[in-house]
Ligand binder design. Structure first.
Ligand code: ATP
Ligand code: MG
Length: 575
């Protein structure tokens, strides 16, 4: 076994973790047999038809992580065989996301379309070897000939055309002589194979559309299954990792490479895709959420996209940690959203400075405090990490506390503020509520309080004050907008819940959570947060972890709630 079989993962805590899995076992064995000269070359092959999501992050961490651990390389290759679907915006976002996750691909990103000329030559080789033919069945006829899971297919009448005729027709396909759907190039394998993928699969089809990389150079485009194995071989990939649904395509992957006797034959290895509850990981459906304005964009902080998670405040370290924790298996399963939340909480617990922010303010006037007096108070930025230094708070006569920290008629054992009772202001004095001011509708709009001047950094004399609440000064604070997020869907598996509508798969939308986004526009943050930049993360004491949004400006801070302090979802009776 090679030394690198033991993977140590850099973590925010001092703990290190050893992760092994069946793919590493295969690689270890290959290395000990000196297969591929002991090299490891992997690739991450996204189709640029959407933004990457958390499932892709698993594949990225796996492919790039293995390359790193075994001193190999990992290529970034855009699978752009589908000319009309891809967009440059997606290519740019994918590059950004992979880099942000902390990985480097070797050289320039590659495109499957880089190999179109080579793939065309390979197709000619297959025709010459009698292994491929041009088929003129209409799509409907071809479907009929294909058979079904229980019924063998029938040979196409074009299957036994001469090599010369196939070469001529294929060349004319390339020259644009035929219309879309009129002809295709097919592999000649076995129409009776129990594996439908082996029933003379299509290798090339005619698509008269412009391609974002190759322009109008081609009007025939190679199919994914044909392109993928050959691109892997051309790049010298040693281990081609893909998700389980490609297991049935592996015989075709191997067939193509065997017929063409490519100089190397990468090994396809399948692993289980990541499914996360309360969300979806299908680019097509995520695109529908964006296109139909159910969310505010691909980077909406509720989206399971890498860009959404980043905007929400997830760090790349937390996503890599998540990927390590869920591991790699051969069995499909569903990972609990709380696992992802655990990872970011753990990261931010160590790295995020503490601050106070009143999300839903209630005015409090401390009548015993002089009108213009401003007292500077000092508080640590992190209770367990002195190296983060201290911050200055400003205590004034008028402050805000959170509405949820006051009850006129408190429930039993209430520890926050109520009439005639005391509470401690975090990092400040003990105050007592003397009077409640209401508006005409009977809603509490202000509290009049007194303070005990002898309680700064000290317990009050002769009595116990149990509750501690957070606060900010009215004048010495920053206006803030706080965006609160909840699960995007109300059910664990929106796809399964929508399954009864067999004909229409847009019913996952029926289970969107109408309360997944709430804007608290009048929040106030402590004055030390002036100058906060997008991406800065804080633990707002007693509230959770929050990250400044790109919408933040010098006069208004905008924060996204990244994650609550504890897993309150389960506690709230949602599970
Ligand atoms: P989608 O259905 O979301 O479009 P895809 O598999 O078609 O997914 P690709 O862009 O082709 O998307 O995926 C690039 C790589 O990421 C592939 O190797 C694929 O297997 C992997 N991948 C995609 N989704 C997941 C997932 N949920 N878990 C793990 N790997 C995934
Ligand atoms: Mg795909």
């Amino acid at each position: 076994m090679s030394d690198s079989a033991t993977r140590t993962t850099e973590k925010t805590t001092s703990e290190t973790k050893v992760v092994s899995n069946f793919i590493r076992h295969i690689i270890d064995k290959d290395i000990s047999n000196n297969k591929n000269d002991g090299k490891v070359v992997t690739r991450f092959p996204p189709e640029p038809n959407g933004y990457l999501h958390i499932g892709h992050a698993k594949s990225i961490c796996l492919n790039f992580g293995l390359a790193q651990d075994y001193q190999g390389v990992c290529n970034l290759r855009f699978d752009d065989t589908n000319p009309e679907k891809e967009e440059l915006e997606y290519i740019d976002s994918i590059k950004k996301d992979v880099s942000w996750l902390g990985f480097e691909w070797k050289g320039e990103p590659r495109f499957a379309s880089d190999y179109f000329a080579q793939l065309y030559q390979y197709a000619i080789d297959l025709i010459k070897a009698g292994k491929a033919y041009v088929c003129s069945l209409s799509p409907d006829e071809a479907r009929e000939y294909r058979g079904s899971l229980t019924e063998a297919g029938k040979d196409s009448p074009y299957r036994d055309q001469s090599v010369a005729e196939n070469l001529d027709l294929f060349a004319r396909m390339k020259q644009g002589e035929f219309d879309e759907g009129e002809k295709v190039l097919r592999a000649k394998i076995d129409m009776a194979s129990p594996n439908l993928n082996m029933r003379d699969p299509i290798l090339y089809r005619i698509r008269k559309v412009e391609h974002h990389q190759t322009g109008n150079e081609w009007c025939i485009y190679p199919m994914y299954d044909y392109t993928h194995c050959l691109s892997d071989a051309i790049e010298g990939i040693t281990h081609s990792l893909c998700t389980l649904e490609f297991e049935d395509h592996r015989p075709l992957y191997d067939w193509v490479l065997e017929q063409l006797q490519t100089p190397n034959h990468p090994q396809q290895i399948e692993f289980a895709r990541l499914n996360l509850n309360y969300t979806i990981t299908s680019k097509r459906k995520l695109k529908q959420l964006v296109d139909d304005n159910h969310v505010l964009g691909w980077d909406d902080p509720r989206m399971p996209t890498i860009s959404g998670l980043r905007r929400r405040g997830y760090t790349s370290a937390s996503i890599r940690d998540f990927s390590d924790r869920i591991g790699v298996t051969k069995v499909d399963g569903v990972v609990d959203m709380s696992t992802l939340e655990f990872c970011i909480r753990e990261d931010l617990e160590h790295s995020a400075p503490r601050a106070m922010c009143v999300i839903n303010p209630l005015k409090v006037t401390i009548e015993s405090w002089a009108e213009d007096e401003v007292q500077e108070l000092s508080a640590p930025r992190h209770p367990k990490d002195e190296s983060m230094g201290r911050r200055t708070l400003k205590m004034t006569r008028v402050i805000y506390i959170d509405r949820s920290d006051f009850e006129e008629v408190p429930p039993p054992k209430y520890k926050r503020l109520t009439v005639d009772k005391e509470v401690r202001l975090r990092n400040s004095y003990v105050i007592k509520c003397e009077q409640v001011i209401k508006d005409e509708q009977g809603e509490v709009i202000e509290l009049r309080c007194s303070h005990d001047a002898d309680t700064l950094g000290k317990k009050p004399e002769g009595r116990k004050v149990k509750g501690v609440i957070h606060w900010v000064s009215e004048q010495q604070s920053m206006p803030a907008e706080v965006r609160l997020y909840d699960r995007l869907f109300t059910v664990e598996n929106p796809d399964a819940a929508a399954k009864k509508h067999e004909d229409d798969d847009s019913h996952f939308l029926d289970f969107l959570n109408p309360d997944s986004f709430k804007v608290m526009a009048n929040a106030r943050a402590e004055i030390s947060l002036a100058g906060t930049q997008p991406g800065d993360a804080f633990q707002f004491e007693r509230e959770g972890y929050f990250t400044a949004d790109p919408d933040t400006s010098s006069d208004k801070l905008v924060f996204n709630r990244t994650v609550s302090l504890r897993d309150s979802w389960a506690k709230a009776g949602n599970k």
